[in-house]
Design a protein around this ligand. Structure first.
Ligand SMILES: NC(=O)c1ccc[n+]([C@@H]2O[C@H](COP(=O)([O-])OP(=O)(O)OC[C@H]3O[C@@H](n4cnc5c(N)ncnc54)[C@H](O)[C@@H]3O)[C@@H](O)[C@H]2O)c1
Ligand SMILES: O=P(O)(O)OC[C@@H](O)[C@@H](O)[C@H](O)[C@H](O)CO
Length: 455
């Protein structure tokens, strides 16, 4: 069987396969963090927008951070790849030729040149939440700042830089992080403040890691082997703050929502979908479920997710006109899609970065409304029970420190308080005695359930 190439991606004619149709001529869209999610989401929107408009000046230049092998694989395929869309009733394959090249992070000079090129008009990022925590040590953010400096020297052309990571207010977070890498008061810092836009964006599509079985399933449809393949659920949503100062590929014509304010969309998604996903991942793994769909089919876990969603909904500020009950029902259907093998271990990662962002805000709002956090507080205990059970140092950037606190004891209440101060130093107001007690009870209960399940 042959390998997927640019030419083959455009020519394939097979049931269930959409051939590549964008055929770009030059780069207009640069992406930092060329992982699976970008390819299944922003990459596909740009492919469709170029195919629809016929404007071939929006080709994608990817930059991969920790995976130079991805750059090599993409080069072997001329940038072409497929998105295997797993519907409950069968697979479809969308082929993409929007990507003109993929650089590895070491190619600093080429990355800065591409960011300085005035034909590059939008930059998107999927660099994971933790890459924003300390800009001074974040390679993608340093590459971005170096590229902006070169653009300032060369053309000073406007640019939109869009975070597509699951962070609330991600545009402001990114702008502030980049600002910390520039000399305060310098001409460069003023130019960035005045000319570079950092729109916030809410992204949503479940994209699990690709497996060899997925590559075989895609090959069965197209007749071609694709080592750049990514897998996705049918659902996809991208809501972008309408502040794209240097144009865009026509994303609004292919389903991207350009809105004045993304905050309500971000809150709806992070608080309803991502917290429920974390609950299914931590509880699911503790109960022996390998995948989210298997955890979602467990009646006890289903009930817990519904209870968490009920609680979150009491203090939610959704976007105007949002159908929250419909959204919740759809999220539950998406989690249950048996064709998506999203492992609980993948979704369980990085709890110390997710909880402060996604859960402490809800608890604060609950307390302000006179409501007692129950499942939101329990999530903290579940994460700790997960860490204590699997003891995987790679599952969280703070795993070593948190595991040391768990080992030190002397009791769950003390541990929970110390861990919360470590992961969310500004959340002391949330750590009221009754809330900490709920967290500690959940840790104790989940740990003893896990011990029983494995003995
Ligand atoms: N996978 C999903 O379902 C999904 C859905 C919505 C949003 N997202 C967002 O996209 C992000 C990436 O998800 P993914 O599935 O593509 O993961 P991935 O592991 O496939 O890709 C992550 C990319 O970021 C780069 N990167 C991360 N940290 C870096 C660092 N410190 N330095 C340099 N490069 C770094 C990696 O090299 C890689 O290219 C998530 O963290 C999340 O914020 C993912
Ligand atoms: O990507 P993370 O690590 O922030 O969270 C894991 C999943 O919950 C997440 O990737 C969802 O699949 C995604 O946010 C759905 O749009």
């Amino acid at each position: 069987m042959g390998r997927l190439t640019r030419e083959a991606a455009a020519e394939v004619s097979a049931p269930g396969v959409t051939p590549a149709r964008s055929h770009p001529e030059s780069v207009g869209h640069l992406h930092l963090g060329f992982g699976a999610f970008h390819r299944a989401h922003q990459g596909l929107y740009t492919e469709r927008a170029m195919a629809l408009s016929g404007d071939r000046s929006w080709g994608v230049l990817g930059v991969t951070g920790r995976r130079p092998d991805v750059a090599r694989t993409m080069a072997e395929q001329g940038g072409a790849y497929g998105v295997l869309v797993r519907h409950p009733d069968g697979d479809r394959l969308d082929l993409v030729d929007a990507v003109l090249d993929v650089l590895a992070a070491e190619q600093e000079d080429a990355i800065a040149d591409a960011l300085a090129d005035e034909r590059t008009r939008v930059v998107t990022l999927t660099i994971t939440e933790q890459a924003y925590a300390d800009p001074a040590t974040s390679i993608p953010l340093r590459r971005l700042a170096a590229g902006l400096a070169r653009r300032h020297e060369r053309s000073r052309a406007p640019l939109s830089v869009i975070s597509c990571d699951n962070l609330s207010d991600n545009g402001r977070v990114l702008r502030d992080a980049v600002g910390r890498l520039l000399e305060p008061g310098s001409a460069l810092a003023s130019w960035v403040a005045d000319t570079v836009a950092f729109p916030s964006s809410m992204v949503d599509r479940i994209v699990p890691a690709t497996t060899p079985a997925d590559v075989e399933a895609a090959a069965a449809l197209s007749g071609l082997v694709d080592h750049g393949l990514v897998v996705a659920e049918p659902f996809s949503q991208w809501v972008v703050q309408d502040d794209l100062v240097a144009g865009h590929p026509g994303w609004d014509r292919v389903g991207v929502q350009l809105v004045p304010d993304v905050a309500g969309w971000e809150q709806l998604k992070l608080r309803v979908l991502n917290t429920s996903h974390s609950l299914l991942a931590w509880q699911g793994a503790l109960a022996g479920h390998d995948t989210i769909s298997s955890a979602a089919a467990d009646p006890a876990l289903h009930q817990q997710v519904v209870a968490l969603m009920d609680e979150v909904a009491t203090v939610l500020q959704p976007p105007p006109g949002a159908d929250v009950p419909g959204y919740r029902a759809e999220v539950l259907r998406r989690f249950a899609n048996p064709m998506i093998r999203h492992t609980t271990a993948q979704v369980a990662r990085d709890g110390s970065r997710k909880l402060p962002e996604r859960v402490f805000g809800t608890m604060r709002d609950q307390l302000a409304a006179g409501l007692r956090p129950e499942w939101t507080a329990r999530l903290v205990g579940l994460w700790l029970a997960y860490l204590a059970r699997f003891r995987d140092p790679s599952s969280d950037p703070l795993a070593p420190e948190v595991l040391a606190l768990l080992d030190e004891g002397p009791d769950e209440v003390t541990v929970v308080r110390r861990v919360c101060r470590l992961i969310a130093p500004a959340a002391e107001d949330v750590l009221q005695d009754e809330v900490v007690t709920v967290m500690a009870d959940a840790l104790r209960e989940a740990s003893s359930n896990a011990r029983r399940a494995t003995s």
